[in-house]
Design a protein. Sequence first.
Length: 562
Amino acid sequence: MASLSSLLSVSPYSGCKIQPSVIPLNKRRGVNNHVSCKASNNGEDSVNKFDRRDMLFGLGGLYGVATLSGKDIALADDWSLSPDVHNCKPVKPSAVGKKMDCCPPKIKEIIEFTPPVVPTPRVRPAVHLMTPDQIADLEKGIQMMKMLPEDDPRSFAHQAKVHCAYCDDAYKQMDSTMDFQVHENALFFPFHRAYLYFFERILCHLLEKPDFAIPFWNWDAPPGMCMPKIYTKPSSSLYDENRDECHQPPKLLNLNYGGKKVKDSEIVDFNLRWMNDQMSVETAREFLGKVIKRGNCPENGSGSIETSPHNNLHNWVGDPEATIHGEDMGHFYSAGRDPLFYAHHANVDRMWNIWQNMKDRRDHTDMDWLNSSFVLYDENRKAVRIKVSQCLDSKILGYVYQDVPIPWKDTPPIRRPKQERSLGNLPPTIDFPQILSSDITTMVDRPEVASPEERINKNEVLVLEDVEYDPTLPLHFDVLLNVGDEGEDVRAGHIEFVGTFTNVPHGRTTYHKTSLHFVITKKIQQLGLEGDKKVAVKIVPNVNGGDRIKIGGIKIQLEDIE
C-alpha cells in the first residue's frame, strides 16, 4: 500500500547558496539564478578513500539490518558522510547578525563507539506521566549540567552548542567543501537519536543513576497536546523564558502550526488525523528522508515527521515577540538552549521506533548512510564517533519508551465526497514562476504510462520546482490536491491535504532554493482520480511571509518505488 501522507521532501534546509538573492522585492519575473551546489573543482572534491573494514557486515555494527544481501555489503567506494570536526568554524546565525562560536573544545582523540551492555533497558517516560521523583531527578540533572563550566563538553551550554554546530554549518563534510548538515536528509533521525543518547548518559553520570531516562513530550496524543506544565515554572531548571506566551498551558497545540487555524473544539481530532497521515508513509525515503552522499549538497530530502510536526512545533514553542527570530526553539542555532527541546526530540525519536514496528517498514540499507557518522562527547568528556548503523535500534543503545495509547492509529484522514468538476469550473493552468503572496490554484498534467506494469512499479510524485525563500523567517505553506479556488475548508487531516513546507529559521542570510517532492499515488486513488489526465493543485501560504516565497514550477512525474 502506498503512503497516506505522501510527503517526500518538504523541509527547507538547504546546504547550497543561491547567488544572488533570488526573490526581488519588486517581484520581477524571469530572474536567472542557479543553485551553487558544486565544489570548487566541479564537484569532484570528494576523496575516494574508505576504510574497507567499515564495509564489512558486522564490523559496522549493523543492528536491526537483517535483510542485507551480499550485493549490498560488497566492497565499494565509500561515499558516507562524516563531519570534519577538526576544522569547526564559527557560525553566523541570521538572528544574531554576528559570528558566534558553537564549536566543541579542541578534539585531540576520537574513540569509536561501543554499544553498552544493558541488562534492562531504561524506560523513557511520557512527561505527563512522570512521578514526582522522576521530575525531581530531571530538574536536578539539568541544573547540574547548567552549573558546569561552559567549556566542559558535558555542560548544558555546550550541549546546546552541539545542535548549533551540526545545524548551522559549523562543519564541512570530511574530504569535501560541502556543508555537513543533519536536517532535510536521512541523517535527521540518527543524529538526533545519538545526540539525545549522549545527553542522557551525561545526566545519568551526574545523577549517579544509571537507570535515569529523559522524558518524551507526548504531543501526538491528547494528554500531551499542550506545553508540559513542569517546563513552565520560572523557578525550575526546565524553564526557558524564550517561549511564546500565547502558547502556555492549557493552550492546545496545532501540529500543523502555520497552516489554517483550527477551532479548539476540532484541533485534537485534526491533530490525530494529521499524525495518522504522516506516520502512514511506507518507504524509508518518505519517512527518514533522502540519503545524501559525501560531496553532495544536503538539500531536498526531508522525511514526513521532520517537516511536520517537528518543524511546526519548533516554531510553535519559540518566542516570536520577545526575540528577533523566534529563539529559543524557533531557531536552530538556539533550540538546544530550551530544556523542552530534548523532550520534543525524544518524541520525534519515539516516532521512529513506532514506524519501524509498523507492517512492512524497514530503514535504509544504503551502506553510505549506514557508515555515515557523528562525533559527540560522552559523560567522561571523551569525543566519540558513532555511526548511523549503531543508531538503528534504541534497545541496543539501552532504552525504550513507556507504553502509552496511540489514538492516531485509529483516526484516518477525513474523506469528503468526490469533487466532480465540469469543464466550466476547472481552475486555469497558470504560468510559473509565481510569488506566493496569495493562494495559487492550477491544473497540472499527470504523466502517461506505457503499461499497467509501469504504473505498479512507479510512484506519482508532485514536484514543486525551484522553491526560493527567505531562510530567516518562519515560513509555511500547505499543498492540496483536487481543491479549487472556491474556498473549500481543507486542512491537515483531510485526504486532499498532500503536505506542507515549514521553515524553521536558521543560520544563513542568503535566499535558498529547493525543490519539494510529494508522493501522491495513494491520494490519486483515494480521491478517485485515476482516470483524470489533469488534477487541480492548490498552494496555500501562511498569512505572513508568502511574498518571500517563489514557486519556480510545478509538475507531476513518475519515480521508481524505493
